[in-house]
Design a protein around this ligand. Structure first.
Ligand SMILES: Nc1ncnc2c1ncn2[C@@H]1O[C@H](COP(=O)(O)OP(=O)(O)OP(=O)(O)O)[C@@H](O)[C@H]1O
Length: 291
């Protein structure tokens, strides 16, 4: 079966510092209808990887090497117009902060309708009916179509973003920390919604998170990134239950179990001591926050 997404040797180098790799030789695959989670600490290159897949990295700031194939088609050689046709139509995306992604002066109905008119040419009643259907699908009463983003809660705004991103029934959804800005119960609702939509639409999901609780809930495969590199890649069972790399073990050691106690995974302190101070500080931070 042709993978939905195949990333091979993706490398991102800042033009201002060509000797430094922000993302280094990253490779992974996403199959249709499956979820691949990319995990790692802040600054490990997760978002740059997602932006590279979307063709949204600034060519002025970064140089990208490697191959990104979506449904068998190479994306890195496509021109801007061809990439625009794929984004929003075949690849949807949602980000961490729905307020900054939504336009405050347009109604949510208008914003959900935009990809439908741009990519599918829907107009008039057909468009309004589809907007109402999408609102219903994400659990917002269709009569809220005339509301503005600031009239909605954070969770509802994220639901609107989800409605926009799935409007054209994309084959793949890229979600970059979509629940981080939400409180815990709303996080769980949004995760459930995304998981349900993924199954119903047989959509592949590339899900970026630093939260292993989320990974355990939704991932089929897991890519662990550390300082721009993939240090571990495998099935969720393999990565969570039989981690190999000291960084994955250290990350997992920070996740409290159901009783709030830390799992007794050994941390490789000799390895940790060789890492920059920020790594230990980030791990310390994860330990003090419930995942
Ligand atoms: N043009 C650039 N020049 C130099 N450094 C850059 C450039 N673009 C991004 N970076 C750096 O690359 C690193 C990786 O960033 P990225 O946003 O992918 O991290 P992340 O893993 O998604 O982190 P977070 O979880 O905080 O979002 C960061 O340290 C960022 O500051």
């Amino acid at each position: 079966m042709t993978p939905l997404l195949q990333v091979d040797g993706l490398t991102v180098v800042p033009r201002a510092a060509p000797g430094r790799c922000l993302v280094s030789d990253v490779s992974f695959t996403l199959q249709p209808g499956k979820t691949t989670c990319v995990v790692g600490e802040s600054g490990s290159g997760k978002s740059l990887t997602a932006l590279a897949v979307m063709g949204l990295l600034s060519r002025q700031l970064q140089r990208t090497r490697g191959s990104i194939r979506f449904q068998g088609q190479g994306l890195t050689t496509l021109d801007a117009e061809a990439m625009r046709r794929i984004r929003g139509r075949s690849i949807g995306m949602i980000f961490q902060e729905p307020m900054t992604s939504l336009n405050p002066v347009l109604t949510i109905g208008h914003q959900i309708g935009e990809p439908l008119s741009v990519h599918l040419g829907l107009r008039g009643r057909a468009l309004q009916a589809r907007i109402a259907g999408l609102l219903q699908q994400v659990g917002i009463p269709p009569e809220r179509a005339n509301s503005y983003p600031d009239e909605l809660s954070g969770g509802q705004r994220q639901r609107v973003m989800i409605a926009m991103s799935i409007a054209c029934e994309p084959a793949m959804l890229i979600a970059d920390e979509p629940t981080t800005a939400l409180d815990v119960t709303v996080q769980a609702q949004i995760l459930r919604l995304l998981d349900e939509l993924k199954t119903r639409m047989n959509m592949g999901m590339l899900f970026i998170t630093h939260d292993f609780g989320v990974v355990a809930d939704i991932a089929d495969d897991v890519v662990v990134m550390f300082r721009g590199e993939v240090v571990e890649y495998g099935s969720v069972d393999q990565v969570l239950n039989r981690p190999q790399h000291p960084y994955t073990k250290a990350l997992l050691a920070c996740v409290p179990d159901a009783d709030g106690k830390k799992p007794l995974l050994p941390i490789d302190y000799a390895w940790l001591e060789q890492q920059p101070a920020t790594t230990a500080a980030n791990l310390q931070h994860s330990m003090s926050e419930p995942a």
